[in-house]
Ligand binder design. Sequence first.
Ligand SMILES: C[S@@+](CC[C@H](N)C(=O)[O-])C[C@H]1O[C@@H](n2cnc3c(N)ncnc32)[C@H](O)[C@@H]1O
Length: 290
Amino acid sequence: MLNLKVNALRDIKNDVVEVLEKAEVEGCLEEAEILICEAFNINRLEIYAGDYKPSANQLKKLSAWLQKRCQHIPLGYVINKAFFYGNEFYVDEGVLIPRCETEVLVDSVLNLFKDKGLSEKMIVDIGTGCGNIAISLTKHLSSCKIMATDICPKAISVAKKNVNKFGLEANIALLQGDLFESLENYRGKIDAIVSNPPYISQVEMDVLSKDVKHEPYISLYGGRNGLDFYERFFQEAADYLTDDGLIFFEIGCKQGNAARALCEASSSFSFLKIIKDYRQLDRVICCRKN
Ligand SMILES: C[S@@+](CC[C@H](N)C(=O)[O-])C[C@H]1O[C@@H](n2cnc3c(N)ncnc32)[C@H](O)[C@@H]1O
């Protein structure tokens, strides 16, 4: 497929772009640069300015990665890295690759905690995946106790890797279970529940991009209309929260009204606000326990 030779890096980059283009990978130039930098352990400038000569092994690695990327295996899984809230996380096929929209969820929690001067609170991240939300919150709310749960053992093991990578073993407790299953000991004690649950509807699942289809089904599918998790949260969350406890959920950009209606239909919660993302789309719903 690709016969990469020890060549000027610019030529290698052009070859990689061409191969990615043929495979209909979006953002070919940026991806080519990332693959080359990661495979050769160099920075972007060196592609254009340096006289770096890759070894045969490095070229083999690049070629193998390129082959995977042409099969639409997401870049994050190919290089085992994803960036979120200014930090680099380990990711693999066991977890969803963090999205930049989810940074709005982290901002929403941090802003509200800052506004209200909240500290030393107990926060739970449900459906933690690689641990990106829990870890980002912990870095900014060091006095809070953070717990992170996921139903999927593979996700818990990736989250553990990241918690260790950031040296946060003493700050974050990782628990495996279905929604609140692992939180029985914390009934009535949690100050805030944060979650980016699976929220893709059946109709949307049918038209996912080739890349997203490689991500775990369990991290994407939110039931026929995508709202299964919000329905469960509004039924079950109140038992675990303190009085005035808060919830922050990421939502799909078309789910704002439906999520608000679910909150208002529940006698346990008051709707506070919907927060928009960088593209001005509904992204986070924030509610308070009555
Ligand atoms: C959309 S991903 C979010 C991952 C990560 N928090 C992020 O924002 O990038 C949803 C996560 O919820 C987990 N999950 C799915 N069903 C669950 C359940 N019933 N209870 C707990 N976690 C669940 C999945 O394994 C997945 O890691």
